[in-house]
Ligand binder design. Sequence first.
Ligand code: FUB
Ligand code: ZN
Length: 636
Amino acid sequence: MMSKHIALKNIRINDPFWNDVSELVRQEVIPYQYEALYDRVDGAEKSYCIENFVKASAVVSALKSGEEVPVYPVDKWQYTDDNCDENAFHGWVFQDSDAYKWLEAVGYSLSNHFDPELKKKADGIIDIICSAQLDNGYLDTLYIINDRSRVFTNLRDYHELYCFGHLAEGAVSYFNSTGDRRLLDAACRFADLICDTFGENKKRGYGGHEIAELALVKLYETTGEKKYLETAEFFVNERGKKPYYFDVEQGRETTCDAYHYNQAHRPVRQQKEAVGHAVRAVYLYSGMADVARYCDDKELYTSCNNLWNNIEKRKLYITGGIGSTVDGEAFTFDYDLPNDLAYSETCASIGLIFFARRMAELEVKSNFADVAERALYNTVLSGMSEDGKSFFYVNPLEVNPEASRRDSRKFHIKPVRQKWFACACCPPNLARLISSVGEYAFGENSDTFFVHQYIGADVQSKLGEIKLKSSYTSDGGVKIEVKPNSKMKLALRIPSWCSGYELSHDYSLKDGYAYVDVDGEAVITARFDVKPRLVRCSNRVRANAGKVAVMRGPFVYCAESVDNGDNLQMLVLDKTTRFSQQGEFLIVDGWREKPSDELYSDFAETEKERCKIKLHPYYRWGNRGENEMQIYLRYE
Ligand code: FUB
Ligand code: ZN
C-alpha cells in the first residue's frame, strides 16, 4: 500500500520534546551556522563557503566583461591556505553544499516559524549564489573559480553532482516555504545543463557521491518537468555498468571489479548488500526508491528492499547508526558492529531516515519507521550538544578518551562535541532534518492517515484535520483528535520495542500498524508501555557477546564515567534489576569489579562490590565534559 508524506506547510509541530529540539535549531544552530558559513566563529575551522561564492561571482562578472580569468589546479580534495593561491577556491571540494543545506534548513524553519530577519539573511546568501552561476547554468564554485574547462571531468571524486543535489534540495525547501523562485530557478538551470550533458548518447556518467538522483526527483515533484525524473532514472540505471564510467573518464580500461566505495561496483539492480561509504549508499538507495515509485519499477523496488534488509538485519547499530569503519566512512561486513571503532556518521543516520521514509511510502510496514525512530532519537540527536553549539560527526557506542588521544585507530572518535569541522557535512544536515521532522512523522493516501512517529502536531491532511498530542517520549501517551472530511482510517505504528499497548478504539493490525476506522469526529488515545528494558544483541556480533544494552521507549541508554567512575568495563549489570528513574537518568543495580593490576594470574572469581549504575540517554552523553561512555554492559 503506497502513501506519501505530508508537506511541511500543512504541519504545525507542537510537542513538548520536539519543540525544544527544533527551537534549539532555530535559535542557536541556524544562526551559529550562518556565522560559520561566513567564517565568523572564533576558534572554529574555516569553511570558506561564502568566500568561495563571492570569488565565483567575481569570476562570472569578469567573464561577462570579457576579462581574462586565471586558472588554478583542480586536483585536491581540500584546498587550504598552505596548498593553494589565495585567489583560488578554498576548503573542501563540496564546500558549496554547506550553504545549500543551511538554506534548506532555513526554508523548513521559516515554514514553521516565519522570521523576517532570517529570511533577509537567507535572501542575501541566495543573491550571492545566483550571482555565481555561469550563463549556461553551471554552478560549482571549485570549477568556476579554478578552471572552467575541467567541469564534469572527474565525477568520481569531485562533487559537482553532489553540490547540485544539495542546491536542488535547498531550492525546493526555500520555494515551498517562501514562494521565492530565485534559488529554484538557479537549481533548474543547473538541472537543465545536467540533463543536457548526461544520458543516452551523451556523457554516460553519474555522481561519485550520490544525491543528484533524489534531488532530481524532488525537482520533478516540484516543477513537473519530466526530464528531471528521466535523468534521475538514467543515473540510477547507469551506475555500475561496465566499462565503469569512472574508468572511462580517466581514460582507463576496466579490468576488474571496483568502486564498491561509491556503490558503483555493479548495476544497482544486482546489488544486495549495502557496501562502501555509508552516506553515499543511503542517499543512492533513497534515490532508487524514488525512481522505483515514480517509474513503477518493481525490480528496482526489490533491490531497495534487499539493500534495506541487509542494513536493518545485519549492519545497524542499536543507536540507528550505520558505518562500522573510519576506513572509507563505510559499511564493512554482516554483523560487524564494533562499539569503540564505530563510524556511525550523523549524516549517515540522516540518510537512513530519508531511505526509511521512501520505503514506508512504497509499502507501509512498521520496520521502516522503527528504524527511522531508532536513528532519530539516538544518533541524530546525539549529533548536537544541549546548547546547539557543538556537534559530533562520528557517534561511537563506547569511548575511552585516552584511546581517542593515543590510539590512531580511534582518532576519529571524539570524546566531546566539536565546535565546527572543516568538513562540516553533519551540522547543517542535522539542522535540515530536525527542521523538517514533521515530514517523517505522518503520511496519507486516498483513505488512510498514517502516524509513523508520535510527534505532537496539528496536521492538515487531505482526509481531514488531525491534532496529535504526545507525551510519547516521557510516558508513551498519545491523544489524536480527528475531524475527517468523510470516512477514513487512522493507522498508528506499534513500535517494535513495545511489549504492551492500549488503544481506546477497536483496530485491526497489519504490517505493524493498528488501523482504526474513523467515521465522524473522534478522539483516539493510545498508550505504549515505555518501561525500561534490557536489549540483547545477536551473538554473531562479536563486540557484544555477553553484554546487554538498556532502552526505554525509543531511547538507548549509556553509562558515563562522570556518573559511574572510570573504567566502565568493570561494571556488571544485575539482569534481575528493577529500574528506577531519577530525572533523566535510569538507576539499575549492578556490581563494580575491583581493579586487578596483575596482567595475568591464575583464575579466581573477580572480586566485586554491589553498586548502583546510573544510565543516561545516549543522545545526551558527552555534555558534561570529557569522559568515558559505554552502551553495552556485561551482565550477570
Ligand atoms: O563527501 C561529502 C561528505 O563529506 C560525505 O557525505 C561525508 O561522509 C563526508 O565525507
Ligand atoms: Zn556528515
